[in-house]
Design a protein around this ligand. Structure first.
Ligand code: TRP
Length: 402
């Protein structure tokens, strides 16, 4: 039995808070991910699992696995056991379309999901929770739907294979088999339970209470009869940031009661703000993040002005003591996005021992991110409305396991 541990909704700076709506570290420090694993009751993703991924996919594991960006899981080992025996699975991830422009942190789950799709050759469903953002962000229905479509273009630009990928918006797709599963899930979750898992209170409107089943049921293949007819036992793997864990704790709790398999999860840490590592980037502060719409000049300025440096105050002191890599944001960002392991190691050593200066590290980061953002921009510009329609069409995916 899984233990359900409660989340506290109210911010109390003496405790870290991580839930789908709030991520804040204890007293402005760093998120304690070990503590989070304990509290949520998930498992650490260790070397032996990463080695297994390498063996099963015959390719080098993604940087996000090698460098511990995805660091926790639930039953990922079971997905690999089954895969080893020839049983496939499907991937499920999503995005709440709350803003027009995505920042780098938003791209992380999608970059990783694309790698999983390619490496394991499996189908993927992507949920755009326009309904969720309409309720939480006080957007109009129309505006949420518009944002969902705009965000779909950024997601498609990450390179997903249209023959293996179904993208849907809740406003368009909820109904039929999907809705039947929502009702089944709803009947299994008491108000007390929902308040415990999500921190809902009597002041929240009932729309919020009704939402968790919407995010839960894409974990069940029977919610997609056009994709997985007769494949009710197909297992689901969900790549997501760990703040989404409460939704899937609930899902995993009810699944056996409905005769369904529990979805497996592979969970990431948060991409830190430019100002430092005490939460995730905030959509409301444009200077806390690099956006995929930023120009080369914006990127350079933001990194130079705002990226928190672990370097020393004076060059003399820096040469003597070296940089504190633990708090240094340029090094942290490079560890997410600089593919070359040996170059990263070199930078860490030289910078950590004071031979390299903050300015040089920032310059390298500027190059890496500019290149990445330019690439994204070109690929997004090539996404047509017809392509969005093609990804979002309710249709079978004939070559989904090839
Ligand atoms: N609630 C998520 C968000 O606000 C969106 C989402 C829906 C999601 N389904 C998901 C994220 C599955 C990860 C996995 O961004």
């Amino acid at each position: 039995m899984e233990v359900d541990k409660k989340d506290e909704r109210e911010s109390d700076s003496s405790e870290q808070v991580v839930n789908p709506w709030e991520v804040s570290a204890k007293d402005g420090g760093k998120i304690d991910y070990d503590k989070l694993i304990d509290k949520f009751g998930c498992q650490r993703l260790d070397e032996s699992l990463i080695d297994r991924v390498q063996r099963l996919t015959s390719r080098q594991p993604h940087v996000f696995l090698r460098r511990g960006v995805f660091f926790a899981h639930r039953d990922f080992n079971e997905i690999l056991d089954a895969y080893e025996k020839g049983d496939k699975f499907y991937l499920y991830t999503g995005r709440g379309p709350s803003s027009e422009a995505l920042h780098l942190g938003h791209l992380i789950p999608f970059m990783f999901t694309k790698y999983l799709q390619e490496a394991f050759k499996v189908p993927l469903v992507i949920q755009l929770t326009d309904d969720e953002k309409c309720m939480w962000k006080n957007l109009s229905v129309e505006e949420s739907q518009r944002l969902a479509r705009e965000n779909a273009k950024d997601i498609i630009a990450c390179g997903f294979d249209v023959t293996k990928t179904f993208i849907f918006s809740d406003f368009d797709y909820v109904g039929g088999a999907f809705y039947k599963n929502m009702v089944k899930v709803s009947k299994c979750v008491t108000l007390n339970k929902a308040m415990g898992i999500f921190g809902f209170s009597g002041e929240d409107h009932i729309g919020k209470l009704s939402f968790p089943p919407v995010q839960a049921v894409p974990s069940f293949p029977s919610s997609f009869p056009h994709l997985f007819p007769g494949k009710d036992n197909l297992r689901c793997l969900i790549p997501c940031a760990i703040d989404q864990d409460p939704y899937f704790r609930m899902t995993r709790d009810v699944a056996p009661r409905l005769g369904y398999s529990k979805p497996a999860l592979i969970e990431s840490s948060f991409f830190p703000a430019l100002q430092g590592e005490n939460g995730k980037m905030s959509a409301s502060d444009p200077n806390s993040a690099i956006y995929v719409t930023d120009t080369a000049k914006d990127i350079k300025n933001k990194i130079n002005r705002y990226a928190f440096s672990g370097g020393q105050d004076s060059v003399e002191k820096h040469r003597e003591l070296g940089a504190n890599l633990e708090v240094d944001i340029p090094v942290k960002y490079l560890s997410f996005f600089l593919e070359d392991d040996s170059e990263l190691e070199h930078i860490k050593k030289e910078y950590g021992e004071g031979r390299m200066l903050t300015g040089e590290v920032k310059k390298r980061l500027t190059e890496v991110l500019t290149e990445m953002v330019e690439r994204h921009r070109r690929s997004r510009a090539a996404v047509t409305d017809e392509m969005v329609d093609a990804f979002m069409a309710v249709r079978p995916l004939p070559s989904m396991f090839e």
